[in-house]
Design a binder for this molecule. Structure first.
Ligand code: SIN
Length: 172
């Protein structure tokens, strides 16, 4: 069976997977937060960066859904399980499309309390951490800026992301 995968972070602008189709989509009842530590991509074990996870809260998260061909589903998830290994798990969540249609889907969520979970912090502290962190995948600030750009290109507004972007940019 073909499977829909929903991306709300790096999977929006750098999916690095093959897909049959993609479409802007939304997860209801979850919001995007820079509350997950990154020890492997945008930080290092002694100095983790901050990346996004989904938190169950009133609201929604807009992102991009990818339709995976049944033939490559297993291999795609094998590769993504490695990429998202630092605390993320696959969740089954309904994906809502702009057309009004809802489809079952898979989303990588780093749940509260996972070993790399950082949780909330004051905006300035999160911005400072993102500004100074670097890892094997690059600067943490580039992750934030690329996400903000990708959301703008989808016409998506996300106050949490845009406030952090402004705070980091103002730090120079
Ligand atoms: C995602 O993009 O859906 C998961 C989080 C990330 O890889 O940034």
């Amino acid at each position: 069976m073909n499977v829909w995968l929903f991306g709300y972070g790096s999977l929006i602008w750098r999916p690095d997977i093959g897909y049959l189709d993609r479409a802007p989509a939304r997860i209801n009842g979850w919001v995007r937060r820079f509350w997950q530590g990154s020890h492997d991509h945008r930080g290092v074990p002694d100095a983790p960066g901050r990346v996004v996870t989904l938190v169950r809260e009133a609201g929604h998260c807009d992102g991009m859904a990818y339709l995976l061909d049944a033939d490559v589903v297993a291999a795609t998830f094998d590769a993504l399980d490695v990429r998202e290994k630092n605390g993320y798990q696959r969740f089954d969540l309904p994906i809502d499309f702009l057309s009004g249609e809802t489809q079952p889907g898979i989303v990588y969520v780093a749940p509260t309390g996972n070993h790399a979970y950082l949780g909330p912090a004051p905006l300035v502290e999160m911005a400072q951490q993102i500004r100074r962190s670097h890892g094997p995948s690059g600067a943490n600030s580039d992750y934030l800026f690329d996400l903000a750009d990708a959301l703008r290109s989808l016409d998506v507004s996300d106050e949490h992301v845009f406030e952090l972007e402004l705070a980091v940019r103002e730090m120079g």
